[in-house]
Design a binder for this molecule. Structure first.
Ligand code: AMP
Length: 285
């Protein structure tokens, strides 16, 4: 496994691989790797000849300075995990390497980026599009792997590659969870032991809401989820929305979509956690 920090070096290595007709897969990450990331890497290794993993804490996608400053950074451990997972190249650029000059591009992918995370984290998806488009231009992967934990992000990336005509196949991968159900996240390490113990309530409630939904309206289910999670005083729900999983737009009735997905953001203390769940279609109210 090669650890590369310069764009021109990575491009030179990959040009050689492409000459040999190797198929390239890319997994973009911000590091502090856990089994969720590694599930993407494993799939990338399996489905491609060459697996490239980027580890870059992208400043332009952080709308909260404190979040950027406290974001966990564990590069040595990340490299050991990636080596064990048979990754071929780890790309670890500096901020100056990725942004030799300020990225002034402003993207508009329409309604898909205006709701939920887009509405609550101004500039977040613009920053994601800036960094992921740069990574796509640098690596020119055949396939790129993203986790469904960041459900809306996948929709934004798909809109981006369509709008910009970037020839890459976007592969979405299921959410990996801890044994107690909590969606794996680099930010989980910031939870206090007490908060960590309470945090699985989010996933439990989402799961319970799938059964609760039988015969209930969309609004009933939203109320149930918010009320149940907030029974725990350490939890504050920022939003719970049930959306069309293709367009990310909130639905009022189950019949509004063939793909209802519930997306939640919860502050557990001051740690912002996200999760989501897919609803079956058999509980029309
Ligand atoms: P991040 O390092 O948080 O930017 O995440 C890098 C990639 O890993 C993104 O595509 C995430 O959606 C994905 N990811 C993060 N956590 C999980 C998880 N628990 N299960 C599956 N994929 C995940």
């Amino acid at each position: 496994m090669k650890i590369v920090d310069k764009i021109k070096d990575l491009k030179a290595y990959l040009a050689k691989e492409k000459q040999d007709n190797k198929r390239i897969g890319l997994v973009p990450t911000m590091g502090a790797l856990h089994a969720g990331h590694l599930s993407l890497v494993k799939r990338c290794v399996k489905e491609n000849d060459i697996c490239v993993v980027s580890v870059f804490v992208n400043p332009t996608q952080f709308n909260d300075k404190h979040d950027l400053e406290t974001y966990p950074r564990t590069l040595d451990k990340d490299c050991a995990l990636l080596q064990a997972a048979n990754c071929d190249y780890v790309f670890v650029p500096s901020v100056e390497e990725m942004y030799p000059e300020p990225d002034t591009r402003t993207f508009d992918f329409g309604p898909v980026m205006q709701v939920m995370e887009g509405a609550r984290r101004p500039g977040h998806f613009n920053g994601v599009a800036q960094v992921v488009s740069k990574l796509f231009y640098i690596v020119e992967p055949d396939k790129a792997y993203f986790g469904e934990k960041d459900f809306q992000q996948i929709a934004v990336i798909r809109a981006m590659v369509n709008q910009l005509h970037i020839p890459v196949e976007i592969i979405d991968c299921p959410i990996m969870r801890e044994a107690d159900g909590l969606a794996m996240s680099s930010r989980n390490t910031r939870l206090t032991p007490e908060q960590r113990q309470k945090a699985p309530l989010i996933a439990h409630t989402l799961k319970e809401s799938v059964n609760f939904a039988a015969g209930k309206s969309v609004q009933d289910v939203i109320n149930f989820v918010v009320k149940t999670v907030e029974k725990e005083p350490v939890m504050k729900v920022e939003y719970y929305e049930i959306v069309d999983g293709h367009t990310m737009q909130p639905i009022q009735n189950w019949s509004d979509t063939d793909y209802p997905v519930g997306c939640i953001t919860v502050y557990c203390g001051d740690v912002r956690l996200i999760d989501n769940i897919k609803y079956a279609l058999n509980h029309k109210a």
